[in-house]
Design a protein around this ligand. Structure first.
Ligand code: AMP
Length: 594
């Protein structure tokens, strides 16, 4: 087994990391550190958050850094997707550099006053840790000069791309001297990452590191299948069944995140929301409170939860399956850390069953189908917690001594049994009251779903259910029960994602907020579902929608086959296809929806 010393690290760095408690190198460090210390070859590393990659690139970078301070402008640039990560990376580097002569590390990120960042850059900086957008801004203002940069590190490159930083990254990579070294770290290898690697990296060494240390090994995966309308009730039951739960509840959109958090707070839970619509200050405060366990349930989007490093989550709850399998790996890897057991729970509706199978295949682990705890089971679990808490209470003999005689006098007419009943009822009343009349949750059984599916198959026999290539198209879905499915001729190439769909629907339909159901995004068009009773309002609201001078088609997608490639026999489907072709955008250049 290698040691940090055998990897070639210098004494001051060894001393600093020993103080940080690093004993043995993690796999990514074993692979990257000696490579970086001995060569200037580019590198692509597939490694997730939590694998120790900051030290893997940070330690050799610091060791190779010229500390003479003769050069004024930065010698290294680290790009990262969020402000939190920038701060975390800069902090880590500062700790590693504790025993090195003065290294000037500056985190710069959007959403903060740019002036102090410009001033700091004028004073001379060795390593700049930046979000791509802010760095471009600083370059345009002439404050960040990248002419002396010899190393550029892209941290969480996939995340930066999914946040729309692709063009900024291109511009930055084009603006650094040709003979620099590039290190690219990404949790996934998407087409876009491949493109960047191909265009900007030369003869790169590739390394793949497994998921975060022991994490994945210690995680159980459980799913509960309910109707979409019962997802929140199911969440409550699960949370109630684990009185000591300390969890992140992942939602797919900011809107859903806020709504779930609001409902939980209203229902008396110790919860809060974390998403990109909140100010930086609010997010910082929420994260701090969660880290300190002052919040028990953090309802968050994938991106917003990125900067949060907590090691002792008992559960991760997926409020619906994430769009990408990689996101599921990220989410579930947040529990089961530091040698503890963790549980990743998925609350899914019937149409997400296939996603569970996809994830099972990818992570090579089987999910257990869970049965929601009954009201009685929950009540006895909660009651146990109440009496356990009472048993463990530290009695402050001296502090209460003066008050006890009066308490005794007041309660002397009650015997022990009465007293017990009162204490328990008082502590426990929220659950007793709720579960005495708790709404029923119908769990969807596999058999029932199969039977339903078989019936559907028969009904649509002879109709075009498949694309020409024999596969079902991704959007081939019937709406979730109680929902109406819409088709819209705006897609991912228009910069039209779930957030934009939710935004446009709610902006154009005044009145109470519309709770969106499933959203399926395609390159040039999309599907979305809204509660049946809102369909009229949505149709009316979106009538005549235009975007960049282009008329946007919106209509109800009634049939199971929404594939544009198919040649449907059904006249209604042919009409739909004509409709799609008529409205399909010709220009596929990326545009942002405004
Ligand atoms: P990272 O992937 O860089 O975010 O690192 C994840 C966590 O692992 C951080 O809290 C690091 O401080 C910690 N860490 C990194 N390397 C080691 C190591 N060799 N031994 C123990 N902890 C480490």
């Amino acid at each position: 087994m290698s040691t940090f010393s055998s990897l070639g690290l210098s004494e001051p760095l060894l001393q600093a990391i020993t103080e940080l408690g690093f004993e043995t190198p993690m796999p990514v460090q074993e692979a990257v550190i000696p490579h970086q210390l001995t060569t200037s070859q580019d590198l692509v590393a597939l490694a997730q958050t939590g694998t120790g990659k900051t030290a893997a690139y940070g330690l050799p970078l610091l060791q190779k850094m010229d500390m003479s301070h003769e050069v004024f402008s930065p010698r290294a640039v680290i790009l990262s997707p969020t402000r939190e990560l920038c701060l975390q990376i800069a902090d880590d580097l500062e700790s590693f550099a504790k025993y090195l002569p003065d290294v000037r590390i500056l985190p710069v990120y959007g959403g903060a006053n740019i002036e102090p960042q410009i001033r700091a850059l004028h004073h001379g900086i060795d390593i700049i840790v930046a979000t791509p957008g802010r760095l471009i801004d600083l370059m345009h203002r002439g404050a960040a000069n990248l002419e002396a940069v010899h190393t550029i590190i892209l941290d969480e490159a996939d995340e930066m791309l999914s946040m729309g930083f692709s063009e900024s990254i291109d511009a930055i990579l084009e603006g650094v001297p040709a003979n620099h070294t590039t290190l690219l770290f990404s949790a996934t290898m998407s087409k876009e990452i491949e493109r960047i690697a191909k265009n900007y990296l030369h003869d790169a060494k590739e390394i793949v590191v497994g998921s975060r240390n022991e994490g994945a090994e210690h995680v159980n995966h459980i799913y509960f299948m309910v109707h979409a309308r019962d997802k929140y009730l199911a969440l409550k039951r699960i949370v109630d069944y684990y009185p000591k739960i300390y969890a992140i509840v992942f939602c797919r959109t900011r809107l859903e995140t806020q709504e779930v958090a609001d409902k939980l707070i209203q229902d008396g839970y110790n919860a809060d929301a974390l998403h990109g619509d909140l100010s930086q200050q609010q997010r910082d405060l929420t994260m701090q409170r969660f880290r300190q366990h002052r919040i028990q349930l953090l309802v968050a989007t994938d991106v917003a939860a990125r900067g949060l490093d907590v090691d002792d989550l008992t559960h991760v709850i997926n409020y619906g399956m994430p769009e990408d399998i990689e996101n599921y790996t990220h989410r579930s890897g947040r529990t089961g850390r530091a040698g503890k057991k963790g549980t990743s729970i998925c609350i899914v509706h019937s149409r997400e069953r296939s996603r569970i199978r996809d994830v099972e295949r990818t992570i090579k682990k089987e999910f257990v189908r869970g049965t929601l705890p009954s009201p009685k089971e929950i009540c006895s679990k909660q009651l146990w917690k109440v009496i356990d808490d009472i048993e463990r209470v530290e009695v402050e003999e001296e502090e209460i001594a003066d008050f006890l005689p009066e308490v005794r006098r007041k309660l002397e007419w009650l015997d022990k049994e009465d007293l017990l009943k009162r204490v328990v009822s008082r502590e426990f009343s929220r659950f007793l009251r709720y579960y005495a009349n708790a709404p029923e949750i119908e769990e969807i059984s596999e058999e029932k779903k199969k039977a339903k599916g078989a019936g559907k198959g028969k009904k649509s026999e002879g109709k075009s259910e498949k694309r020409k290539d024999g596969h079902r198209a991704e959007g081939d879905h019937e709406p979730e029960e109680g929902y109406t499915r819409f088709f819209i001729t705006l897609g991912k190439v228009d910069g039209f994602y779930a957030r934009e769909i939710i935004g446009v629907v709610n902006n154009r339909c005044p009145g109470p907020k519309i709770e969106m159901g499933r959203i399926d995004l395609r390159p040039t068009f999309s599907f979305f579902e809204v509660p049946e009773e809102e369909a009229g309002r949505v149709l009316k609201g979106l009538k005549g929608l235009t975007y960049k001078g282009r008329r946007i088609g919106v209509d109800i997608a009634e049939m199971a086959n929404n594939s544009v490639e198919a040649a449907p026999k059904h006249p209604k489907k042919r009409a739909q296809q004509r409709f799609e072709q008529k409205f399909a955008p010709k220009n596929t250049k990326k545009r942002r929806f405004s």
